[in-house]
Design a binder for this molecule. Structure first.
Ligand SMILES: Cc1ncc(COP(=O)(O)O)c(C=O)c1O
Length: 474
């Protein structure tokens, strides 16, 4: 780090703008907060006064040469990238732009199977030909969470024309794998590695957090600052650190997939989130880790789950509850929510809790809630069987290319009829937003059973017709 990380140029400019109380003869229509629905004015007022647009002095996200450029340079300096872009449409926009930059129609790319839907959407938009690599099952996590260097090496041998490798690191639950070796192998073959690090922005704080993707020499890394650092929702960073991926082309696609009216409070929150990370000292981290250990101990008192242990491969800010006792993760999550504890997500057999980079959890209240939750679980009916995640084939391609799918017609069929056909839509439990069935994938009886179970357990899907069936190609 060579720059003075105590600076926050973008935030400072907004704060100064607010103080000057200028006459607005420009958009946005709320005129610095003077015109707004009375119903929400009090809550919104202080932010509206900073909600400017690209007026003189405020720079332009899509062609930055002032305060935005300076803020992005500070971020690049802190995170250790050649160039950092601020994203105002989340990691979603970064994933789309990086894939559109590197992949042309028909290009083969190796993609981690349990990727977020924004990766799948990027592949579709680019017309790429994905080769999906399923992570291996890990006993410690009870999930398919490990991408191994050997598997990547094998995939490169089978598909020597790969244009890129797209990985998710860490997974939603904060688990990492040996990214460094994977990137070393890929670079020997001149293949760029692009990493969706949506859940890993705070890894730059150093141990005990796992190592960040940029430290392993990833070519492009996208991080949701809003997920694990204190930034506003939708605020993300895209870092480029590569001689193989062109930063100007990424900028081109970013201005295609993002708004031409980016939110300034949101961008300034990226400036402040980076500044916040630079101010955290090792004593603060120790204190946070101690608090997390206390919280883990409180959760260990719950009768409906086992708290999975956390190793050096796990993000300490994430706690995974392995649900047991004949209840599903969804059943138990409902009970937790009823007591005021809102988890990040539930699956059939796990619940994910995410902590922040602070220590302000009311432990006494939590301990009392735990007793209440145990009482409720004692009378909650149990289910016969709860199956966890399903296995995906190790390496798999889609049945049709995205180009072919575009020309095909589809119909809605019931689930039984769908088996053996090719899905014309993805089936996406949300959260986490990772497709169970991908558009272009052949539907198996295993898929059918798993989705039936999830529906019965009360999982939520981003599919209108999931109770009736699925659109398949004819
Ligand atoms: C692994 C992963 N990638 C990408 C995204 C999308 O990120 P964003 O919400 O910042 O657009 C998510 C969101 O949950 C995610 O979990």
């Amino acid at each position: 780090m060579d720059m003075d990380q105590n600076q926050t140029p973008l935030y400072d400019a907004l704060a100064a703008f607010k103080k000057r109380r200028l006459d607005s003869f420009h958009v946005p229509g709320h005129k610095n907060g003077k015109i707004f629905s009375k119903r929400g004015k009090d809550d919104y007022q202080s932010i509206l006064e900073m909600d400017v647009t690209e007026i003189t002095g405020m720079d332009d996200l899509h062609a930055p040469d002032g305060i935005i450029k300076h803020s992005q340079q500070l971020a690049a300096d802190f995170f250790g990238s050649d160039q950092t872009f601020f994203l105002i449409n989340g990691t979603t926009a970064g994933n789309l732009a990086m894939i559109l930059t590197v992949c042309s129609p028909g290009d083969q790319v190796l993609v981690q199977r349990n990727s977020h839907k924004s990766i799948m959407n990027g592949l579709e938009l680019a017309g790429a030909k994905p080769v999906f690599l399923s992570p291996e099952f890990e006993k410690e996590t009870n999930r398919y969470s490990k991408v191994s260097p050997i598997a990547v090496e094998e995939a490169i041998r089978c598909y020597p024309d790969l244009k890129a490798i797209i990985l998710t690191y860490p997974d939603y639950f904060g688990r990492v794998y040996d990214l460094e070796t994977i990137i070393r192998i890929s670079h020997v073959h001149q293949i760029p590695v692009m990493v969706d690090e949506a859940h890993g922005v705070h890894f730059h704080l150093g141990g005990p957090f796992p190592s960040p993707a940029l430290a392993s020499d990833a070519d492009v890394v996208v991080q949701s600052a809003h997920k694990m650092a204190p930034a506003m929702t939708m605020a993300s960073y895209l870092h480029v650190n590569s001689s193989m991926v062109d930063a100007d082309t990424i900028r081109h696609y970013l201005q295609i997939v993002q708004s031409s009216s980016p939110s300034y409070p949101l961008m300034a929150s990226l400036d402040l989130a980076r500044h916040f990370l630079t101010t955290i000292k090792s004593e603060d981290i120790e204190h946070i880790i101690q608090t997390i250990q206390q919280i883990r101990r409180i959760f260990a008192e719950g009768i409906g789950w086992k708290v999975l242990p956390s190793s050096s491969l796990d993000d300490p800010l994430k706690i995974t509850l392995q649900v047991r006792g004949g209840w599903s993760g969804f059943d138990v999550a409902k009970i937790l929510e009823g007591s005021g504890i809102y988890p990040e997500l539930a699956t059939s057999d796990q619940i994910l809790l995410i902590l922040g980079l602070g220590t302000d959890v009311d432990q006494e209240k939590l301990a009392n809630e735990m007793k209440e939750i145990n009482d409720q679980l004692k009378i909650l009916p149990r289910r016969d069987t709860i199956k966890g995640s399903i296995a995906f084939p190790h390496i798999k391609e889609l049945v049709f290319s995205y180009m072919d799918m575009k020309a095909k017609k589809s119909i809605l069929v019931n689930w039984e009829e769908a088996v053996g056909k090719v899905a014309a839509q993805s089936v996406i439990p949300y959260p986490p937003g990772i497709p169970l069935i991908m558009k272009g994938e052949q539907i198996t009886r295993d898929h059918l059973h798993h989705i039936e179970e999830l529906v019965q357990q009360g999982a939520t899907f981003q599919n209108d017709h999931v109770h009736e069936g699925l659109f398949v190609f004819i």
